[in-house]
Write a protein that binds this ligand. Sequence first.
Ligand SMILES: NC(=O)C1=CN([C@@H]2O[C@H](COP(=O)(O)OP(=O)(O)OC[C@H]3O[C@@H](n4cnc5c(N)ncnc54)[C@H](O)[C@@H]3O)[C@@H](O)[C@H]2O)C=CC1
Ligand SMILES: N[C@@H](CC=O)C(=O)O
Length: 359
Amino acid sequence: MGLAPHAPPAVARVALLGTGTVGSAVLARLASWHGTTQAGRLSLVHVANTRQSASDRAGLLPGDAVQRLALAPQHSALEQVEAALGNEGARIVIDATASEAVADRHAHWLARGLHVVTACKIGQGTSLSRWRAIRAATLAGDTRYGDSATVGAGLPLLRSLRELQSGGDRIHAIAGVLSGSLAWLFNQYDGMRPFSALVRQARDAGYTEPDPRDDLSGEDVRRKLLILARSAGVELDAGDVEVTSLVPPELAILSRDSLDGALPALDAPLRRRFAEAYKRGERLRFIARLQDGRARVGLEALPFDHPLAGGAGTDNRVAIWSDRYRTQPLVIQGPGAGAEVTAAGLLDDVLKICRATDE
Ligand SMILES: NC(=O)C1=CN([C@@H]2O[C@H](COP(=O)(O)OP(=O)(O)OC[C@H]3O[C@@H](n4cnc5c(N)ncnc54)[C@H](O)[C@@H]3O)[C@@H](O)[C@H]2O)C=CC1
Ligand SMILES: N[C@@H](CC=O)C(=O)O
């Protein structure tokens, strides 16, 4: 149904879960929209982190939300989200957490008529059953699942895969660098500075997962490759991806609190890998590959001029082969981690839902 000639566009109510690296950048971007058309499309009515939550049906000012949260008497509980968003109109949950419990709610919210926009990959990138439940719930609730920020931090990767397929192409293969933090680490690493020091720097810059072992173990890339594969029609389960971790066993068993001091366990093995590659004129790259239904993730030494060895900073660089791109793949490259790009990707999806609910 179209809009009546001068009807103002409907305002979507939004709940933001997570006020860490990504969630804070979402709030900052929303605050920077003050007075713009984009701001007029949304009303932030609920903000929560693990400890506290603040709700206001009249709308929270994004610039004040963190302070409101700090002063809020209300403890945080996921049950509050539906009540805060109300029963009618466009209602959107933004998931800027890394929480299993929140991801477990995605299908429930979608089936209940709430749209979900997520940076967290746990919903679509872990078990096949959870991915299927999310898809079924969008149909049951006639709702949308915004996932642009889950792979490539908002780069047009999932969008391109979907557009190729709606244009009649079959996806033949996907290969590339899917981790922004690992791209940054291997772009910086020269075998001289300890690798562990760079890991701390990547964490402090907001490129890594809350627990950097999720990046170093290949788990984050496994999730992204599963999301891409499933979107390309290859319904793999998590165990179908062969993952070679960079995390030594002594680091894997530690609690998150005792991780920092033990990070130097990474240094000697990576110095060896770097020296071997350097002697052969190769660069280290953490690569994900999907071809003929087989998926694998791990560190590779690639010739300097290899198409996947390029890029700088946190660049993701992903090649997609399809019916129309048989020999020369479509290559998508750009920053693949960082709070600002991720927040922008999330809010792009939110605005897309706002526009779709006008139609
Ligand atoms: N940092 C990056 O470049 C990118 C991150 N992402 C994803 O964004 C998500 C968030 O990452 P960060 O902001 O770095 O994490 P973070 O650890 O800085 O923040 C997580 C936030 O979630 C909150 N939280 C956890 N459980 C919650 C619950 N049950 N209810 C409400 N809030 C809850 C925490 O209190 C915290 O405020 C992760 O899933 C990550 O994979 C995605 C793309 C890029
Ligand atoms: N930790 C992730 C952040 C984006 O998803 C990465 O390094 O790519």
